[in-house]
Design a protein around this ligand. Structure first.
Ligand SMILES: [Mg+2]
Ligand SMILES: [Zn+2]
Length: 192
């Protein structure tokens, strides 16, 4: 079994532009490709987990989400980096598209996306990491027994100023590059 780094997408790998509904608005953080390549080299699986309630809200469809992920993979590949899997939740309890209006188990901080990835890729969650810009990402990391990192990009700086009772990150990092460094050090120093 491999350990994994589960990366939130919007605000963590790419700019959070609200609901990303056009490829022209896809903007990588400048350090994202290097950070993922460093994680790849360490042998950790790198998996994207993302809430895309824009599907349930009728702003874009699943084909667009998948196209976005193909585009992201091209960009990563051009820099010698790789995402091992993309998992997204298209649902929302208040969605306007009936097929996606549901109280699902996969919307973060629910653990459905991670459980699916763990089954597909044979992942060891206790040795894994979750990185995201929302307390919900941190909460999810803790819930699965992984180490959890809040990044200050996206909503992260604002989240840091609004602590949530009972939710503590293992560390708070300026961005995905700093988070990746922390992950690599922790994985080496404390392999569990
Ligand atoms: Mg995010
Ligand atoms: Zn869902």
């Amino acid at each position: 079994m491999r350990a994994a780094v589960f990366l939130d997408r919007d605000g963590t790998i790419i700019e959070d532009v609200g609901y990303l509904d056009a490829l022209e608005r896809l903007a990588f953080f400048p350090w994202a490709v290097d950070a993922v390549r460093a994680l790849n080299r360490s042998g950790l699986a790198v998996v994207v987990i993302t809430n895309q309630s824009g599907v349930a809200r009728g702003y874009f469809d699943e084909a667009f989400v998948q196209e976005t992920h193909r585009r992201m993979s091209e960009r990563f590949a051009a820099g010698g980096a790789r995402i091992d899997g993309y998992y997204y939740c298209p649902h929302h309890p208040d969605g306007s598209v009936p097929a996606y209006r549901s109280r699902c188990a996969c919307r973060k901080p629910g653990r459905g996306l991670i459980d699916r990835a763990a089954a597909d890729l044979d992942l060891d969650l206790a040795r894994s990491f979750v990185v995201g810009d929302k307390w919900g990402d941190v909460q999810l990391g803790r819930a699965i027994g992984a180490r959890a990192i809040l990044v200050r990009t996206g909503s992260g700086a604002a989240e840091e100023r609004r602590p949530v009772d009972g939710v503590a990150a293992d560390t708070i990092a300026d961005n995905l590059a700093a988070a990746a460094s922390w992950v690599l050090q922790s994985a080496a120093a404390n392999p569990r």
